[in-house]
Design a protein around this ligand. Structure first.
Ligand code: HDE
Length: 715
């Protein structure tokens, strides 16, 4: 019997996806061990042998099955974005977006659309470290009542290349050298910069990747972008162009480079752990969805082409409307099944959302569908629990490896009469997807549009938008990266073919650091304009300093204490920090209760041997003469404070704790902003909170001792 097509539900429950996933979960609690065939297993520690010292018998079906399953546990990692972490949650619009789109999930603020989000790095392999300098993926799967919509974005609004045909070249250049598979998850090497130096369209994205945006403090504190211009289609069929944005509710924050490198050793799972722990501790992760919507005929109205993914639309020119909230409140229960098997496809759209002719986007439409066939072993990956839509699926696509649905019915083709013509195509009114009727005509060509020709002016716009500290970090990052390039010709070409066209001062500083000369003095004119044609040379909103939130919510703070500490004042500071939403840990020379001078023993949950200041946002030292003497003589404690100071973090010392600051080379006269001392815990706690909420005290950067880069030897 054929089924009648059902009208799509207007208000899917947020739990619909959760229920669907739960139906696949298997819990061993209270159960017997069985084989895959359901036969109870009597022993799993010894294989079946002919005599205790004899040969193993082939008839041991449990051994064969157990080893066979183990042998095939791994699947190919993603060719890019292999390293990632994911979370479940929901999305809600603040008010109907019917004025822009007919997409059902964007109509009604009462609808909670289930989502799954995966954050990732790009270049490293699945086991690589989290805090490398890299772009971060920000991929969102919306399980809407009309089918899945995947917004597969990054934490930077532009991309390296304009046409997807160059993507394999870009990725080959940045991935480890094929001969020696070195370096892992790093762009500081010859082949990456060789490609960059020969591909000027990368200039703008290179500025982003060399900026602090490439070192997010947390996935929870970075922006997300759809990058390409998409289309929104309203109920009348009118199309508008749209840029998608995610704005983190906690504001933006980054690590400093030296800190990021250390974290890679101390805690390679830093971002993954941060996301997991935030959600486990009840701190849902939130982002607002922002839209920049312009009319179809404005694609060329801003001095550049909105089809060019190496350009951004400054929010001072077209403001970002905040239209809804994404909330991540549930951790996966099985990393492999939920995060590793998630298949995002840029081509997954729903009625009311459509593509544009951006040639980067067009290539992606093929790639994401295609890549899953190797990675997930065949064409049935949409049936995996994490990928299944909550909207019903009926079609004649069947069979293939690992097919689960057992299609029944008299006809598996269309048109048919044997199955009464079902499943039947839906009209647009019935929810059928209708592609936007864009007029297209042109001669077949491999040409790049003239409107894509400027490569440098937005790179300069970005640089101009940064604070002096952020600009300094871009200079440092370029000096570091090129400093690792062995070939002088590569270093020279990056400086002269790319940097000199962006900013003379930047080119000169980097050239000096990497031992090459600036020979070019070209400067492309600014092209970005407002609607009235006025040139735009900076976009203050691009500076992360403006995007930081003066709050200590979910920040990690270490309290250093040793035997003899004053537990009362330490507890008061801890309470004050926790009242502001911070996550506070007592760190001592050993785990467990720390014998205090006042009988109020704090409990150390970390030992100085196991953690470092780079894993925290701020540090406070307990009061107490004996405690301070112990810590001042402890190399780990001294390094803890010294590094926190060097990384411009807030530091507090209660009473005698100040001795540890002195031991760390921060004598009273050198104490700058963000170092709080005093004996009264209430006042100290208050000042410390203000200092932490500033995140970094950049004035200290000058006192940071960094070895001069020096002139690399000629090779
Ligand atoms: Fe991707 N990209 N990409 N990409 N991308 C993949 O798909 C590709 C691009 C992005 O968490 C792959 O399932 C091409 C831009 C994210 O699972 C693959 C081009 C942006 C993720 C692929 C691009 C992205 C991917 C690898 C140039 C930001 C991780 C595994 C035309 C808007 C999704 C997979 C996840 C993953 C191809 C460019 C973001 C091979 C060909 C631009 C966040 O299909």
């Amino acid at each position: 019997m054929a089924h009648k097509p059902t009208a799509h539900s207007k208000s899917p429950r947020q739990s619909a996806k959760q229920d669907q996933l739960d139906a696949f979960r298997e819990s061993p609690a209270g159960e017997f061990l069985t084989t895959d065939q359901g036969v109870r297993v009597a022993s799993t520690d010894d294989s079946l042998k002919a005599g205790a010292r004899g040969p193993t018998l082939l008839e041991d079906f449990h051994l064969r099955e157990k080893i066979m399953r183990f042998d095939h546990e791994r699947i190919p990692e993603r060719v890019v974005h292999a390293r990632g972490a994911g979370a479940h949650g929901y999305f809600q619009v603040y008010k109907s977006l019917a004025k822009y789109t007919k997409a059902a999930f964007l109509q009604d603020p009462a609808i909670k659309t289930p989502v799954f989000v995966r954050f990732s790095t790009v270049a490293g392999s699945r086991g690589s470290a989290d805090t490398v300098r890299d772009v971060r993926g920000f991929a969102v799967k919306f399980y809407t009542s009309e089918g899945n919509f995947d917004l597969v974005g990054n934490n930077m609004p532009v991309f390296f290349i304009q046409d997807g045909i160059k993507f394999p070249d870009l990725i080959h250049a940045v991935k480890p050298n094929p001969r020696k598979e070195i370096p892992q998850a790093a762009s500081a090497h010859d082949s990456f910069w060789d490609f960059i130096s020969l591909t000027p369209e990368t200039a703008h994205m290179v500025m982003w990747v060399m900026s602090d945006r490439a070192l997010p403090r947390s996935y929870r504190m970075m922006e997300g972008f759809g990058v390409h211009t998409f289309r929104l289609i309203d109920g009348q069929g009118k199309a508008r162009l749209v840029k998608w944005h995610w704005k983190p509710v906690l504001g933006m924050s980054s690590l400093v480079w030296e800190e990021a490198q250390q974290i890679n050793g101390k805690d390679p799972d830093f971002h993954r752990r941060d996301l997991w722990e935030a959600i486990e501790s009840g701190n849902a992760v939130e982002y607002e969805l922002g839209l920049q919507v312009v009319d179809e005929d404005e694609a060329l109205a801003f001095g550049f082409d909105l089809l060019d993914a190496t350009k951004l639309l400054p929010e001072e020119v077209v403001p970002i409307e905040r239209v809804g909230k994404l909330v991540l409140d549930r951790n996966p229960q099985n990393f492999f099944a939920e995060v590793e098997q998630a298949a995002f496809c840029v081509g997954n759209v729903v009625p009311g959302i459509d593509f544009t002719n951006d040639p980067l986007l067009q290539a992606r439409l093929f790639s994401y569908l295609d890549t899953q066939i190797t990675r997930l072993g065949g064409p049935n990956f949409a049936e995996l629990p994490i990928n299944r839509p909550i909207a019903p699926v009926h079609n004649n696509q069947h069979d293939g490896f690992a097919r689960q649905t057992m299609n029944v019915g008299a006809a598996n083709y269309l048109p048919n009469s044997l199955g009464d013509g079902f499943p039947k195509p839906a009209t647009e009114q019935q929810g059928g997807y209708a592609h936007h009727a864009e007029r297209v005509d042109g001669k077949t060509t491999r040409a790049r549009s003239d409107s894509f020709k400027d490569h440098f002016s937005q790179a300069r716009l970005f640089l101009n938008s940064l604070s002096p500290v952020e600009r300094g970090h871009v200079t440092d990052a370029l000096s570091f990266e090129l400093g690792h390039c062995e070939r002088q010709a590569v270093r020279e070409r990056v400086v002269n073919a790319i940097l000199a066209h962006i900013d003379a001062e930047l080119a000169a500083a980097v050239a000096a650091a990497v031992g090459v000369e600036v020979k070019t003095a070209a400067k492309a004119p600014a092209i970005t304009t407002g609607r009235k044609g006025k040139a735009v040379t900076a976009s203050p909103a691009l500076s992360m300093v403006r995007g930081a939130l003066p709050s200590i919510r979910t920040r990690r703070i270490a309290l250093l204490a040793a035997p003899g500490c004053v537990g009362g004042s330490l507890a008061a500071v801890k309470r004050a920090l926790e009242a502001e939403g911070a996550s506070v840990e007592v760190v001592s020379t050993a785990l467990g209760a720390v014998a205090s001078a006042d009988g109020k023993d704090p409990v150390a949950v970390r030992s100085l041997l196991g953690v470092a200041s780079v894993m925290y946002d701020a540090v406070a030292v307990a009061d107490g003469e004996a405690s301070s003497a112990t810590l001042a003589a402890n190399a780990d404690a001294v390094r803890f404070v010294k590094e926190a100071f060097g990384h411009c973090k807030a530091i507090a010392a209660i009473g005698h704790g100040a001795a540890v600051l002195t031991a760390a080379g921060i004598p009273a006269e050198a104490r700058s902003a963000g170092v709080v001392t005093g004996a009264k815990p209430t006042e100290l706690g208050r000042d410390f909170i203000v200092a932490i909420a500033q995140h970094r005290h950049w004035g200290r950067e000058q006192v940071r001792s960094r070895p001069p880069l020096g002139r690399p030897p000629k090779r």
